[in-house]
Write a protein that binds this ligand. Structure first.
Ligand code: FEO
Length: 409
C-alpha cells in the first residue's frame, strides 16, 4: 500500500490489524482496525502518531514512508497525540532508528513516555495553543483534549490545509483498504463504518462522553477542512458528518437516545426464551425498532453498541441459584462500567423453586438511574397470562421510549 496524499506535503500512512487479536485485549475486531499515522512535510518533517509492533504494522509504516521517499531517519519530530500503546508501542525501536527526532507531546504524555518507554531525552512538552513551525508554510498547532481518550490526549492542527489530526476522536473500527477518504466510499462502506464507529465509540469512548462534548466545543473555533483520525477513514468531503455523529453519540450519555429498544436475553432450559417472541410482538405492534442479543452467545462489545444507542432495554433472564443468570450479571456490570445510564427497562424471566434475580438486578443497577416497568416473573414454564403480560408490558415500554427518546430518526 502507498501513502495517500491529503494535501500538499501531508500524507496518510496506515496499517491494518487483521490477525484476529482483540482490541485493548477485549473487543473483537473481526473486520480489523486501522492504525493511522500522518506525515507533515515542510522544511522539517513531522510524523504524527506511531504504531504498535502488532501484525507487522511497523513494516507497513516503513513501506509507506518509502513510497514517499522519506527515510525514517529524516523525521525531525514525532508528535504523540496520545500515549496508548496502539499508537506508541513501537516507540523504543523508532527512537533507536531515529535518535535525532524530538518527541512532542503534552506534559502528561511526557510522563507516560517516561513510564512506558523509559525515554526522557529529546522530549518536548507542549500545551494548548503551542505551535511548531515546520517551514514552507507548514505549522502545527496543539490543543489538549483530555480524556478523549486518556488524560494526556491532544489533537494537532495544520492551519494552511485545515487538517485536524484528531487521534482517537472521530475514529472507528474496521480496516481501511485502498479507499481512504469519505468521498471514495460506497454507501455500503459508509454503512459499515457507521456501524463500526458506533461500536468503537460505545466500547472505547462512551465513558468519556462529557469530555467529547467539551473537546468538540473547544475545537469549534478551528476552520477544519479534513478530519484525520488515528483509526478509520479520513473525512475530507464532509468532515462535519463524523463530528455530528460523535456529538450525537455523546448525547446518548444522558439516557434518552434513539427511539429504539435493545432486547438482551438468556435462557437455561427454554422457559424464559419462550417469551422472547411475545416481547418482540409487543414492540413491533408499537413500531419500535429492536435489536436482539442472546447471551452468553453475543459478545458484550455488540450489546454495548446497541444499548448505548437505545432508549429502552428489555432484559430476559431466569433466576440461577437464588441470583441472576450469571451471563446477564456480567453484561449489566459492563453496561455500568461504560455508563449506559438513564434507560427505560423491562425485565421478564422464570425461576425454579425461588426467585432472586430481582434482588441482584436492583443491587447491580442501583446507580444506573434506570426506570423499571413492573417485571413479569413466573415459576417454571410460562402460561398464557405471562405471554400476554410480557407483550403488554413491552407495548408500554415502546410507548414510553417513543415519548422520551431524544431522536426519532
Ligand atoms: Fe487508539 Fe486510545 O488509543
Amino acid at each position: 500500500m502507498h501513502a495517500r496524499q491529503i494535501a500538499e506535503g501531508i500524507y496518510r500512512i496506515g496499517a491494518n490489524i487483521t490477525n484476529g487479536d482483540l482490541f485493548e485485549g477485549m473487543w473483537p475486531i473481526p473486520e480489523g482496525v486501522s492504525l493511522n499515522s500522518y506525515v507533515v512535510w515542510g522544511e522539517k518533517v513531522a510524523l504524527i502518531d506511531l504504531v504498535r509492533d502488532w501484525d507487522e504494522a511497523p513494516s507497513r509504516m516503513r513501506e509507506q514512508l518509502d513510497s514517499i521517499h522519506l527515510p525514517v531517519q529524516q523525521i525531525d519530530y514525532l508528535i504523540l497525540n496520545h500515549l496508548e500503546p496502539d499508537h506508541t508501542g513501537w516507540l523504543r525501536t523508532f527512537r533507536d532508528l531515529c535518535p535525532r527526532a524530538e518527541i512532542v507531546t503534552t506534559p502528561k504524555g511526557a510522563n507516560l513516555v517516561k513510564s512506558f518507554y523509559k525515554i526522557t531525552d529529546r522530549v518536548r512538552a507542549v500545551k494548548s495553543g503551542d505551535t511548531l513551525d515546520l517551514g514552507k508554510g507548514k505549522k502545527l498547532v496543539f490543543e489538549e483534549i483530555p480524556n478523549v481518550h486518556w488524560p494526556e490526549t491532544m489533537v494537532t492542527y495544520e492551519p494552511s490545509s485545515g487538517v485536524l489530526f484528531s487521534c482517537d476522536a472521530f475514529g472507528s473500527y474496521g480496516s481501511v483498504g485502498a479507499e481512504v477518504f469519505d468521498d471514495e466510499l460506497s454507501s455500503a462502506q459508509h454503512e459499515f463504518y457507521e456501524r463500526e464507529s458506533l461500536r468503537y465509540y460505545a466500547n472505547i469512548v462512551a465513558s468519556f462522553s462529557v469530555f467529547v462534548e467539551r473537546a468538540v466545543q473547544k475545537l469549534s473555533g478551528l476552520s477544519v477542512n479534513v478530519i484525520a483520525p488515528s483509526h478509520g477513514i479520513v473525512w475530507r468531503k464532509n468532515p462535519r458528518q463524523i463530528i455530528d455523529r460523535y456529538v450525537r453519540y455523546a448525547s446518548y450519555a444522558e439516557g434518552p437516545a434513539e427511539a429504539e429498544v435493545t432486547l438482551i436475553w438468556g435462557s437455561m432450559y427454554g422457559n424464559t426464551e419462550k417469551l422472547v417472541q411475545a416481547a418482540l410482538s409487543g414492540l413491533k405492534e408499537e413500531g419500535v425498532p429492536v435489536q436482539v442479543h442472546q447471551i452468553p452467545q453475543t459478545h458484550v462489545s455488540y450489546i454495548l453498541a446497541s444499548a448505548w444507542k437505545s432508549t429502552g432495554l428489555v432484559l430476559g433472564m431466569p433466576t440461577y441459584e437464588y441470583r441472576m443468570f450469571p451471563p446477564m450479571a456480567h453484561v449489566l456490570d459492563d453496561l455500568g462500567r461504560k455508563k449506559v445510564f438513564g434507560k427505560k427497562v423491562f425485565r421478564f424471566g422464570s425461576y425454579g423453586w425461588s426467585g432472586g434475580a430481582a434482588k441482584e438486578l436492583g443491587e447491580i443497577t442501583a446507580k444506573y438511574k434506570w426506570e423499571f416497568l413492573d417485571p413479569v416473573e413466573f415459576e417454571g414454564a410460562p402460561s398464557d397470562k405471562e405471554y400476554e403480560g410480557v407483550k403488554q408490558r413491552c407495548k408500554e415500554l415502546a410507548v414510553l421510549v417513543k415519548k422520551t427518546a431524544r431522536y426519532s430518526r
